[in-house]
Design a protein around this ligand. Structure first.
Ligand code: ATP
Ligand code: MG
Length: 255
């Protein structure tokens, strides 16, 4: 799956993003390989969503660069690139004036898919995320938070992306629904086989859904490794503090 001497899916080189005088992210040097499942974790404001927006091509770097399959991200046709990039933004981001299914099929329509192809894909994805046709006919405001997240997932999956980028897809859900969606999400990742980049506040969720966890603080990587590495080989005291702060919430504990 990962050939070290091939171009990685993403290579971040001295990547920075500033807002005014404030450095939100970087400098970051990272490689993400095809098929990896990566969780970005860290305190609020540490730059997780900023990194996702940079990867999505929604904001430009203030310094450094992102290479996607060896090519400079800014040099790509960003519309074509976005078809590879299934993005669930932090707040879900569904259009309130469109029904769930209209939200899901929007990009496929823009890409010129036929009605039959769109209908078939819609059916397939509804089964994958466990939504019923009558739910898909509703407006976002008529759905529960968990159902809306499932719709956002369908929308991100519609074009069969190579990369699934999910920014706190399970934030603000009650624990039972969250648990169910965590289980479903892992199944979906296995079925879809895309590279996954996921933001979460929850270390147990990161460990369940990803093989590689990147812990950020103040826009910089503190540790990049497995759950086991973070628990048993912390790069610095902050990592242990972060793990300890979450341990009470984790089934089985961190040690
Ligand atoms: N459009 C913007 N204008 C100015 N500052 C911004 C903007 N977007 C983000 N920031 C700042 O950049 C920093 C990183 O923000 P970011 O949204 O990436 O954090 P985050 O890790 O996703 O946090 P959270 O876990 O709360 O979602 C924060 O200090 C934030 O205030
Ligand atoms: Mg965020």
């Amino acid at each position: 799956m990962t050939a070290p001497d091939h171009d990685p899916l993403y290579r971040l080189e001295k990547l920075c993003r500033d807002y005014g005088a404030h450095r939100a992210l970087g400098p970051l040097d990272l490689a993400i390989h095809e098929g990896e499942r990566v969780a970005l974790i860290g305190p609020s404001g540490c730059g997780k969503s900023t990194l996702m927006r940079l990867l999505a091509g929604l904001v430009a770097p203030s310094g450094g660069q992102i290479l996607f399959r060896g090519q400079l991200l800014g040099a790509h046709d960003i519309r074509a690139y976005r078809r590879h990039f299934g993005y669930v933004i932090q707040s879900g981001g569904l259009f309130p004036h469109l029904t769930a299914s209209q939200n899901v099929v929007l990009m496929a329509r823009q890409a010129g898919w036929s009605r039959q192809k769109i209908a078939a894909r819609l059916d397939e994805l509804a089964q994958l995320v466990h939504l019923e046709p009558d739910q898909l006919a509703r407006y976002p405001v008529e759905l529960s938070g968990g159902q809306r997240q499932r719709v956002s997932l369908m929308r991100a999956l519609m074009l069969g992306p190579d990369v699934m980028a999910l920014d706190e897809p399970l934030g603000a859900l009650d624990p039972m629904i969250r648990f169910q969606l965590q289980a479903d999400l892992r199944g979906i990742f296995e079925t879809v086989g895309a590279t996954v980049i996921l933001v979460t506040h929850d270390l147990a969720e990161a460990a369940w859904l990803a093989d590689r966890i990147i812990l950020l603080r103040d826009g910089l990587v503190v540790q990049d490794g497995s759950f086991d590495d973070l628990c048993h080989h912390p790069a610095e005291p902050f990592v242990s503090e972060f793990v300890r702060a979450q341990r009470g919430l984790m089934i089985g504990g961190a040690e």
